[in-house]
Design a protein around this ligand. Sequence first.
Ligand SMILES: [Zn+2]
Length: 284
Amino acid sequence: MPNLIWFEWEKCPDGYTIEELRAEYLTFGSHRLGRDIGVPTKSAPAWVSDCDVSKDNTDGRTFSSDLGFFDFPIQVLVPKSERIVRSQSFMEENPGAFMMFANCVNSVEKTLLFVKEFGYPHKTSLSLDARVKLLRRKPTSLPLSFPLGIYGVDEFYEKADKMAPDVINWEEAKLRGSYGSLIRWLNEQYVDFSEAVDAIRVNLHENPADRTQPPLFSITPRSLEDALWLQFKIAVANNTQLQQCTECPTWFAYGTGTGRRKSALYCSPKCSKAAYRRRKAASQ
Ligand SMILES: [Zn+2]
């Protein structure tokens, strides 16, 4: 089956850190837009004041009053710089990205690895384009880090947890010859995905290799989380066999048509060489 997912996503190429959002960093009050939002206090570090939604924009998601209901401090993933790279090929290169997401459950280390590799599961509600336009309009008021927003680690776990149990039982479900429960679970768990009108878009794209050729048909997910669920469903339907690289966290496909056998240990020649060098160094 050709890859039908056409999906571009953004991440900070310099990586992410875990920071603590403390109660004293925010004060909550009503905003001229008629909503309660959190405004950074003087003691707030730069990564908090940089996300000050009261300054200029209308998106109250980042420090909405909902935050007041959380137990502080809240662990938060913060990009290390304001740089952003966008990439389109990573879904194709990582057929088991959804496995990495599911495996993040309750591990800060794995969560950081995932976000470093793929970016946040969601971005804030305004698109990057809209933010860049805002930036052009008022160059000093909105740092580029803001489009990435912040993402609480607890929320991250909640999402990954939802995906985790049956991802791990997937092989078992197949062994039992029973797809029924897995299909039901998949279709029920992520209701937003099937019900939200704009969850996915179905498009035609110019063929990038040759524009005189007929266009390509594609499915574009709304967010990384949508893309991962889509990838998971396609993997189940295609009976994709996945294995984790013994050298890095990447999951790779093996079996017919993948060019890899079940006995393959590494995701890439790079990892295979790294393992070889380590073994060699250890034997000396
Ligand atoms: Zn690897």
